[in-house]
Design a protein around this ligand. Structure first.
Ligand SMILES: Nc1ncnc2c1ncn2[C@@H]1O[C@H](COP(=O)(O)OP(=O)(O)O)[C@@H](O)[C@H]1O
Ligand SMILES: [Mg+2]
Length: 236
């Protein structure tokens, strides 16, 4: 089943067009990655899908609902969650408080205790350390907490914007393993990555965004074989 379908999105900042006729889709249970260099328009696309930016034209459909132009809180309540680039955690808040920040919408707030227990089942280390401040956590624990916070709104589809950015390769691997575990437990995942090499290892399919246009897409295996991807992103 198609979970997300993006069709012919055109997006501008003022007079400057940043996304050109972008189309892509995500099926239930997949890990899909959008790769592209800095400035390609990846975050802009994500912000458009999640309702933070209005497209000039095109549409976004999620589980059969046309969500184009809906406010972000309604999109979250329909089941899309979003881990933004950079500053993901509140360093001076405890694990528990950070998780609660992920369930601030009314429908999620009333079930936050149950959701938190679910997160603790996925990541038992967070349960042991629930009172500990986020700034004192190890790199791996921070990643668990960031993912856990994303789960607190009860999403079906989660976007992770540059989850691996700035992490050592070993921690990237660990984080991607966590994503696979979440996918195996029913979450559909959309990654935005500059780490093409490692993200193609876990993704089912991939799209390549260059200067605001999707220039190539296919299974991860197909993209790993593509001359363009090998030269431009894998350095081989
Ligand atoms: N709020 C904004 N106003 C104007 N231009 C922006 C804004 N945000 C991003 N841009 C520009 O849009 C382009 C795409 O940016 P972005 O979506 O952040 O790319 P990526 O996430 O792939 O690095 C860049 O040229 C960037 O400078
Ligand atoms: Mg970005």
């Amino acid at each position: 089943m198609l979970m997300l379908e993006v069709k012919n999105l055109n997006v501008f900042y003022g007079n400057v067009q940043v996304l050109w006729d972008v189309s892509l889709n995500v099926k239930e249970g997949e890990i899909v990655v959008l790769v592209g260099a800095n400035g390609a328009g990846k975050t802009t696309l994500l912000n458009t899908i999640t309702g933070l930016i209005q497209p000039a034209s095109g549409s976004v459909t999620f589980m059969g609902h046309d969500i184009t132009g809906l406010p972000p809180n309604e999109i979250v309540e329909l089941g899309i969650s979003y881990l933004p680039e950079g500053g993901r955690l509140f360093p001076d808040m405890s694990i528990q408080e950070n998780l609660e920040m992920g369930s601030f919408l009314k429908k999620s707030w009333v079930v936050r205790k149950e959701r938190q227990e679910q997160v603790f089942e996925f990541f038992p280390r967070l349960k042991e350390r629930r009172k500990q401040l986020a700034k004192t956590l190890s790199g791996g624990e921070r990643q668990m907490l960031a993912m856990g916070r994303c789960l607190m709104s009860g999403p079906k589809l989660c976007f992770f914007d540059e989850l691996s950015y700035g992490l050592a390769p070993k921690l990237v691997k660990e984080s991607f393993k966590m994503l696979e575990m979440l996918r195996d437990n029913g979450l559909t995942i959309f990654l935005i990555e500059q780490n093409v090499n490692q993200s193609l290892e876990i993704a089912d399919r991939a799209y390549v965004l260059e200067n605001g246009r999707i220039v190539s897409h296919g299974t991860s295996e197909e993209l790993k074989q593509s001359d363009h991807v090998r030269k431009a992103y894998l350095g081989i």
